[in-house]
Ligand binder design. Structure first.
Ligand SMILES: [Zn+2]
Length: 157
């Protein structure tokens, strides 16, 4: 072997990818997003065996491995399971600061992430207290819906 093969640190080149692509969301996600857009309603899929209610809806139960078949309306209120407050900019995301929470909507077994609006984020400690795990939120739909997850956001109750 040559001396180069035993170098102690790898050779690193800087890289950056900016990729835009369009894709078909599939049968299950299409119904979910269409209901958001056309009816301002959040639908989940319930497992016919264990009765877990998945949102975003999933075609198969991850526990029972059976096809989920029962569409159910969930929300519009729910409980915060986790949250983050973003104070630094990221490509493709809103100008900070903003808050994102995982919320288990009433009637669901899983949590769904989305932005939380109407929270004063100027003081991180106060904002964290307002967004505390266990606090309740309600879904607010935007007026001009596009069939995207940003068709709604959460607001603290
Ligand atoms: Zn199941």
């Amino acid at each position: 072997m040559s001396d180069m093969a035993t170098a102690s640190s790898p050779l690193i080149h800087p890289g950056e990818w900016h990729i835009h692509y369009d894709y078909a969301v599939g049968e299950i996600a299409e119904r979910f997003f269409t209901e958001l857009r056309d009816n301002a309603t959040i639908y989940a899929l319930r497992c016919p065996s264990c009765k877990l209610v998945f949102v975003p809806p999933r075609a198969y139960c991850e526990r029972c491995f059976v096809r989920t078949t029962d569409w159910v309306k969930i929300g519009p209120e729910g409980v915060i399971e986790a949250f983050t407050i973003v104070y630094e900019p990221f490509d493709g995301l809103p100008v900070p600061p903003y808050a994102v929470a995982y919320v288990t909507l009433d009637g669901a077994s899983t949590a769904l992430a989305n932005f939380v609006t109407d929270v004063d984020l100027s003081d991180p400690e106060q904002a964290s207290a307002a967004l505390a795990i266990g606090n309740r939120v309600i879904v607010d739909f935007v007026d001009e819906r596009k069939g995207l997850i940003t068709d709604f956001h959460y607001r603290l109750l």
